[in-house]
Design a protein around this ligand. Sequence first.
Ligand code: NAP
Ligand code: HSE
Length: 431
Amino acid sequence: MSAPLRLGLAGLGTVGIGVVRIVQAQADLIATRSGRPVTITAVSARDRTKNRDADLSAYTWETDPVALATREDIDVFIEVMGGHDGPARHATEVAIASGKHVVTANKALLAHHGQVLAEAAERQGVALRFEAAVAGGIPVIKALTEGLAANRIKRVMGVMNGTCNYILTRMQSAGLPYETVFEEARQLGYLEADPNLDVGGIDAGHKLSILAAIAFGTRVSFDAVELEGIGNVSVDDIRLAEDMGYRIKLLGVAQMTGRGLEQRMTPCLVPADSPLGQLQGGTNMVVLEGDSVGQIVLRGPGAGMGPTASAVMADVIDIARGIRVPTFGIPASDLAQPKAATSATPAPYYLRMTLLDKPGALAKIATSLGDAGISIDQMRQLHRPGDRAEDAVVLIVTHKAAPADITHATASFATTGVLVGKPVAIRIEEV
Ligand code: NAP
Ligand code: HSE
């Protein structure tokens, strides 16, 4: 058998300890599948005294991850510290410059610096792999770069943040408001240290921008992702959407259009009986559409020790086997600078508003929509227990409309004199 592949592991948190456990528990299986043993040489984290519930005694401790990255006795640097700048970025750059292969789970790092890091890795002739960075345990990077390599990708969609899907499905099943479920998610340890990375859609936006780069052969352009978090999704809308056959998801969509690359990570309605609509709890789902293969649906755990470490180790085994695939599927220098689409493709919209229940009120709203060129597909008027007697809740599903026309129409509702409060508009994605 060939010489061992030696790992330097920076980060001994959830993912890092998961990697240690797999390397220790599956040593024989990994060696057989890799054609060589895979061993850990040295590790690094901030606090050496922390109890990590793993036997690290065989590994050299490095206080500085950058020193770990340049050690003569490692072949692969595994970065599972997190953060898109600071030590994660510096140690990764240094590892590549020192001729080490790099495996990372860090989507923020790739979303912000993926192009520069990929170019550097190619110059050095080393691998830069990141299966764990998108949708945790789901092998979506491999699916796109290898399994679907012969396809022109038409669209990438998905639910890529388990915390947001947990919050939205819990709001739906328990009828609890956002704030209560957010607090529950915090207690359960689901939220990132900065919760806005989750609920603000940023974490999922990072993942979408990475998938879009591979799918469309373009440079990662996270800054061009249209981002909206779930903080404004109300339990009222979740219930009313459900009554109309829809569920609300934080949905990522990337597609190349005649107007440029469209990347959105926003709350959307999807049919309740679709695979995306059926997705419950912290599970992730990625939908890939290729010209030859049609639609592929990948579903699985997007986070957690075992699933994320499983993806890290899949990259390590590929490196041990000598498999080399360009970081984003094609040489980094060939990745095109994408032109960002300035607006999203037209879609049907769900509109909810409260109107004064008096003659002509609905006609005024219909006129505002008509003036904006928007056609109504379905409409309902409700009086629910607890609603004010003088109000009526009105739900409208439009035919396909341009997002700018929806914004214009809903803004004009305020001038009708019949609107109470603010209207809600949520895109309905055709999945
Ligand atoms: P974590 O539990 O917070 O662990 C981070 C580890 O990095 C800790 O061991 C910490 O040391 C170490 N660290 C942080 N700053 C350091 C520094 N300056 N120098 C040396 N070590 C440092 O994080 P995680 O959940 O494992 O996530 C790691 C990465 O994987 C992140 O990029 C995350 O986005 C990504 N990821 C995580 C998941 C998941 O389910 N957790 C899923 C997919 C991707 P101490 O322990 O001493 O504090
Ligand atoms: N915060 C992320 C999630 C973890 O909830 O999906 C994995 O990236």
